[in-house]
Design a protein around this ligand. Structure first.
Ligand code: NDP
Ligand code: SSN
Length: 284
């Protein structure tokens, strides 16, 4: 199966290399074209534009930063729409339902098929093919994409209409961003009140709120080490989009709203390109 891949950031790079390792032919494109070089070393071909990639491949995956990037790659000159007739397009970026529906409708109108498939899991799960895929849209395209999803992820969900995958992803990341802030306050409170925060990590890990994120991020947060796996600017984008979903549905979300403010503060301190756990620094 020949697959196109648009967007070679932290996630796209890991996912496309993983596909290549499992025998897929992959043609890549990235806005900053030089980022294609490393993937070429793993056996990929390069397309000069998104349209060129779609023209070459029956299926194209996108993994882009935000709604504006996702829209630009589809609608701009030399974009996906120009060659999508008879092809499948799978957008795995985290965006809002409105963006996803807009892309879906334009692709369908041009005779292509569309699936949204945002993912849960970060850099390491992407490298290890252990993501959780939250797909929705064209069911037949979902089934055709399963061999690739089985390489990229450990579990795929088909959630229904376009927009439902985007919403599920935003709900998950809203919970994650809120938890990160509570965790960060807990670490700071332990330290400032004279406790050993390392011991707090051990205590948390043995109780009912033990979880993978605390286990993974806790030790590096104590070392103030924030190499980006999930960039903070993307987490804040997800909080913003989740809060908009809350507005639409009249769901009060005071905890998420406070967490969003903390991520905004972190961005204002220039921490947006660091890992989202760098929100910890806003308490210093
Ligand atoms: N990192 C993570 O842990 C996870 C991230 N996600 C989501 O996946 C998506 C990608 O994340 P990640 O890889 O971390 O992000 P990165 O910031 O590492 O990469 C972003 C990618 O989007 C491209 N891009 C940005 N703006 C544009 C534009 N206007 N036109 C074309 N391309 C553009 C970048 O190109 P360029 O190189 O030229 O800047 C780059 O390829 C995001 O939606 C994120 O929320 C989902 C799950 C986990
Ligand atoms: O969107 C990013 C999610 C990161 C994660 O699930 O660990």
């Amino acid at each position: 199966m020949e697959i196109g891949f648009l967007g070679l950031g932290i996630m796209g790079k890991a996912m496309s290399i993983n596909l290549l390792k499992h025998g897929f032919k992959v043609t890549v494109w990235n806005r900053t074209l030089s980022k294609c070089d490393e993937i070429v070393e793993h056996g990929a071909s390069v397309g000069e534009t998104p349209a060129a990639v779609v023209k070459k491949c029956k299926y194209t995956i996108a993994m882009l930063s935000d709604p504006s990037a996702a829209l630009s790659v589809v609608f701009d000159k030399d974009g996906v729409l120009e060659q999508i007739k008879g092809k499948g397009y799978i957008d795995m970026s985290t965006v809002d339902a409105e963006t996803s529906i807009k892309i879906s409708e334009a692709i369908k109108a041009k005779g292509g098929d569309f699936l949204e498939a945002p993912v849960s899991g970060s850099k390491k799960p992407a490298e290890d093919g252990q993501l959780v895929i939250l797909a929705a849209g064209h069911k037949a395209l979902y089934e055709e994409a399963l061999p690739a999803f089985d390489v990229i992820g450990k579990k795929s969900f088909f959630l229904g209409e376009v927009g439902d995958g985007a919403k599920m992803k935003l709900v998950v990341n809203m919970v994650m961003g809120s938890m990160m802030n509570a965790f960060s306050e807990g670490l700071t409170l332990a330290e400032k009140s004279g406790l050993n925060p390392g011991t707090l990590l051990d205590v948390l890990d043995l109780g009912a709120i033990s979880n993978g994120m605390f286990k993974l991020k806790g030790p590096s947060m104590l070392k103030k080490s924030y190499a980006p796996a999930f960039p903070l600017k993307h987490q804040q984008k997800d909080m913003r989009l989740a809060l908009a979903l809350g507005d639409e549905n009249a769901v009060p979300m005071p905890v998420a709203a406070a967490a969003n403010e903390a991520f905004k503060k972190a961005r204002s301190l220039g921490l947006g390109d660091l890992d989202f756990s760098a929100v910890h620094e806003t308490l210093k």
